[in-house]
Ligand binder design. Structure first.
Ligand code: ARG
Length: 573
């Protein structure tokens, strides 16, 4: 059990005795002591007593002698807690001996579907897909590590009316030329080529429309061309994933087309439940609670006027499939914030239809925009959206140069390898270290800086610890040595290391990865303070062994934490 819950449990009992009912003591890290319990302040009104008086009674009743070396009432009614040094040592020994660093697996593991990345066939991935891919991957990693069954669902945009023009364009170009253009990742020029013809040429437009009908009708030669388009795009996306070092594989593509056979049945089911309204030839659902500008309810279009189905119908079918067929109880949608209303409406209709019932719940894991230095949506010089591969190439080149500059003797291959860890790590960390609901500015210099809350800083802290062990001629500390927590810098580091489990637990619920990033940064800063004031290899034997355990534990927490974010921790830097 982690330190925070140990203190919380103990204090909860005395708060309950004072309040005559259950109370969350609200234990937080504090600058005035190790921890602070704040509950007396909010209890005061309810009990009609002064908060300091409540706090004093809690302190009097609390049995904390084995956990704390000091307990005191402070300020308007806080309970300040100073953890006993030997308890810190004992808890550290316990997590040091645990391969999971004291983080337990979930007591009731669930099936979680993570819907993420989801680029569109024959279209370049943009930075929005980059964010989804990075955040979704961290989500999958963290939940999997906690023992949940994670289903990665790459909801590829592989169906819809644009495929008429795309297939006709492919046929015009000839299959092999088209495949070549797509396989080198020239998706945008392919798409634009199709679009230009569609806009300019009436005959092409007619052919494209006929193609859509043939595609929907299951015409075999049309389907073959469609499959070719999908397969080429998938290969290209997989190359991007490989470069990004994310978990997604070919098996995780479950495109929109997968749900085609379910669209008719879900529409019937909605109809039978009286949830469909014919509105101007379209079949719509009107879930309660979504008024438009005019105050009239906003429709969710299930079947379009032309009889076809759109984005919302597919999401309804996918949701039902995920709860019914996959047995998922947690459905996560890692998609930009502009789609919030769409998802809230889909969830609302699914609840009305009985497809989303507790304990199953759906969450939109929304995120903000990536901005350029000018504070506007990131764009290339020509004003187009930035091509993802170009961005990643630049990350790798810049990081390899950085690695070279730090280690002039590094061989080219080693520099490239290190550059990859640093460059990709920097891009991911820049994304994950800010509150995901906010926009962030894409800034190479800042994300690659070796100081501050950046991936290279954390990777460097990790590599520095590994170099201590190399100098000591060892790979790991001795097992089972007592950990002495004496110096203030040792205490500060100990408290951070013991906080890892609580942070991971919070991120499991909130998927606020900036909290994990912020914690790792605090660990690295505490380590640097410790390393400045506490000699390790030059200390007398018992102290040296104890400090080597602290060093190793720090490296392990950093490595595990970075790993959960999808970031590598190289042995040297
Ligand atoms: N393909 C969509 C886009 O590029 C994202 C799909 C998100 N997932 C979903 N289930 N709708 O905007």
């Amino acid at each position: 059990m982690n330190l925070e819950s140990l203190l919380t449990d103990r204090l909860a009992r005395s708060f309950a005795a004072v309040a005559g009912g259950p109370v969350d003591p609200v234990v937080r890290r504090s600058r005035h002591a190790d921890f602070q319990a704040e509950a007396a302040l909010s209890l005061a009104r309810r009990l009609g007593r002064a908060p300091r008086e409540i706090a004093a009674e809690v302190v009097e009743r609390a049995a904390l002698a084995d956990l704390c070396s000091a307990v005191a009432v402070s300020g308007p009614g806080f309970v300040n807690l100073t953890v006993a040094d030997d308890l810190l040592g004992t808890l550290l020994s316990r997590i040091a001996a645990d391969p999971r660093l004291g983080v337990p697996t979930a007591t009731d593991p669930e099936t979680v579907v993570v819907d993420y990345s989801a680029p569109n066939v024959a279209k370049e991935m943009h930075v929005g897909h980059l964010r989804s891919t990075i955040i979704g991957d961290a989500t999958a990693r963290l939940l999997e590590w906690l023992g949940h069954r994670v289903v990665r669902a790459n909801h590829l945009g592989d169906w819809g009316t644009p495929f008429g023009m795309l297939i006709e364009h492919l046929a015009d170009l000839g299959e092999s030329t088209a495949a070549e253009e797509l396989s080198i990742g020239d998706l945008d020029s392919f798409y634009k080529g199709a679009r230009a013809k569609f806009d300019a040429d009436e005959a092409f437009r007619r052919r494209a429309r006929e193609r859509v009908v043939a595609l929907q009708g299951g015409d075999e030669s049309t389907l073959r061309l469609w499959r070719l388009l999908v397969a080429e795009s998938e290969s290209y996306f997989l190359a991007v994933y490989d470069r990004l070092d994310v978990l997604l594989t070919r098996a995780d593509f479950v495109g929109e087309s997968h749900y085609n056979p379910m669209l008719g049945p879900i529409t019937d089911e909605l109809d039978q439940r009286g949830l469909l309204v014919e509105s101007g030839d379209a079949a719509c659902a009107f879930p309660p609670g979504f008024p438009g500008r005019d105050g009239e309810p906003v429709p969710l279009i299930v079947r379009k006027r032309d009889g076809g189905y759109g984005y919302a119908a597919t999401d309804l079918a996918a949701l039902r499939y995920r709860t019914r067929e996959l047995g998922a109880t947690r459905l996560l949608y890692v998609v930009g914030l502009p789609q919030r209303q769409h998802f809230e409406m889909v969830y609302a209709v699914a609840r009305q239809a009985g497809w989303l019932r507790p304990p199953a719940r759906a969450e939109h894991v929304g995120f903000g925009l990536v901005l350029g230095a000018d504070g506007r949506k990131l764009a290339s010089r020509a004003g187009d959206s930035v091509k993802l591969v170009d961005l990643l190439d630049e990350a790798l080149a810049r990081a390899a140069a950085l690695a070279r500059q730090k280690n002039p003797n590094l061989e080219t291959a080693a520099a490239a390898e290190l550059g990859r860890a640093i460059g990709i790590g920097a891009v991911k960390y820049a994304d994950l270290s800010v509150d995901r609901t906010r926009d962030y500015v894409f800034d190479w210099d800042r994300m690659l800086a070796l100081s501050g809350n950046t991936a290279p800083y954390l990777q460097y802290a990790h590599a520095r610890i590994r170099s201590i062990f190399r100098r000591a001629g060892r790979t790991a500390p001795q097992n089972g040595v007592p950990i002495l927590v004496v110096e203030p810098a040792e205490r500060a580091l100990a408290l951070e290391l013991l906080g890892f489990g609580a942070v991971v637990g919070a991120v499991e619920r909130t998927l606020e990865f900036h909290r994990l990033a912020g914690h790792l940064y605090a660990v690295a800063v505490a380590f640097s303070g410790f390393f400045e004031s506490c000699p390790v290899l030059r200390a007398e034997p018992a102290v040296r062994e104890s400090r080597l355990v602290l060093c190793d534990l720090t490296a392990r927490v950093l490595r595990q934490g970075l790993h959960l974010l999808g970031i590598a921790a190289p042995e040297r830097m």
